[in-house]
Design a protein around this ligand. Structure first.
Ligand SMILES: Nc1ncnc2c1ncn2[C@@H]1O[C@H](COP(=O)(O)OP(=O)(O)OP(=O)(O)O)[C@@H](O)[C@H]1O
Ligand SMILES: [Mg+2]
Length: 330
């Protein structure tokens, strides 16, 4: 049975459509990913599901409760970790968690036991009585996850859980997210613009762009949906060659990626290489290299949108958000 059912969920801000008629069902125990570039509408979607923003139109039910009308019931069954850090830096880890437990009306004994259980799960017992300002970025995220679980929610939202963290810390955090999903038997909805994160953690991924779901499948299913291999061609006149590949029906789709390479979806990589070379030669295009590989999620995004998910702007915004988090601003 789906634990979340979403039908035509839409959010408009002064006429601008941030979330554009999303429909989907998420099953109990799933780790579900919303993967998309900056501004795709990921946070807005989560905010509506978490009763923080009212939908403009459409509906969503969580554990059978409508997110627009049964906000108290929905709030009891969800935990949320926001995109930007939301801990009180002056308080200790334990105090931050305790405050959350009190907000949910948990009794003393229950709160204490739950805190110890969760601090153990995210391996922060040793640091529990230290102020948050002494924590590293990764430790803060782990504490936020633990705090979000205090009241035994059935669904946990993680909005960009590893943004601004270094690669090693990100990997470690993935282990905690997996442990939470397994040990707490909880449904997790996470947003990310990191392909590797979605690939590693999610049972299913909705690729979102401009407020719409453009593809929805398992990580493997997404890659298979391209129906073959991906050829990456370094050549002169990439725009012209991408168009030629499509016209000659050598590629199902061919786009020019950042760095000027032509990324073409082809049926069979091995068979395509000599044909690609011949086409280039015929049209006076100099080919420097051709690389054939199995598609990854970046290729999937490029295939469907003609753009890459990580652009310069995204990288810059990422760094800014990381820096803001380090300074504890909201
Ligand atoms: N309160 C608001 N008022 C007006 N526009 C908004 C508001 N909140 C979000 N938007 C716009 O809606 C779009 C979607 O924003 P949203 O924050 O949901 O994107 P996102 O996918 O979470 O992006 P990011 O990866 O940067 O977190 C953006 O164009 C954003 O500028
Ligand atoms: Mg966001």
């Amino acid at each position: 049975m789906p634990v979340i059912s979403i039908t035509n969920l839409t959010k408009k801000f002064n006429g601008f459509t941030a979330v554009d008629g999303i429909s989907l069902e998420i099953n109990e125990g799933e780790v579900f990913g919303l993967l998309g570039p900056n501004g795709a509408g990921k946070t807005t979607t989560i905010s509506m599901l978490a009763t923080i923003l009212p939908p403009t139109s459409g509906t969503a039910t969580l554990c059978g409760h409508d997110c627009a009308t049964a906000t108290d019931e929905v709030r009891k069954c969800i935990g949320i970790v926001f995109q930007d850090q939301s801990l009180d830096d002056e308080l200790t880890g334990r105090e931050n968690m305790d405050m959350h437990g009190r907000l949910y009306g948990m009794r003393d004994e229950l709160r204490k036991n739950r805190m110890n259980e969760l601090l153990k799960l995210v391996e922060l017992e040793q640091f529990a009585d230290k102020q948050i300002k002494t924590y590293s970025g990764g430790m803060k995220r782990r504490l936020e996850i633990a705090r979000g679980l205090m009241h035994h929610p059935k669904i946990l939202f993680l909005d960009e859980p590893t943004i601004g963290l270094d690669p090693q810390t990100r990997r470690k955090l993935w282990d905690y997210i997996k442990a939470v999903n397994r040990d707490e038997r909880i449904t997790i909805i996470l947003t990310t613009h990191y392909m590797d994160e979605a690939d590693e953690l999610c049972d299913r991924i909705a690729i979102v762009d401009k407020g719409k779901i453009i593809a929805l499948d398992t990580p493997e299913g997404h890659k298979k949906s391209l129906g073959g291999d991906v050829a990456s061609v370094e050549c002169s006149e990439p725009e012209k060659f991408a168009a030629l590949l499509g016209k000659a029906k050598l590629a199902k789709k061919a786009n020019v990626a950042e760095g000027g390479k032509v990324i073409a979806t082809v049926e069979n990589g091995g068979e395509a290489v000599p044909k690609i070379m011949a086409l280039a030669e015929k049209n006076g295009i100099a080919v420097k290299s051709v690389l054939v590989k199995q598609p990854n999620l970046e290729d999937v995004f490029l295939h469907y949108t003609g753009r890459e998910i990580r652009d310069e702007e995204a990288g810059e915004k990422d760094r800014m958000k990381g820096a803001m988090r380090m300074h504890g601003r909201r």
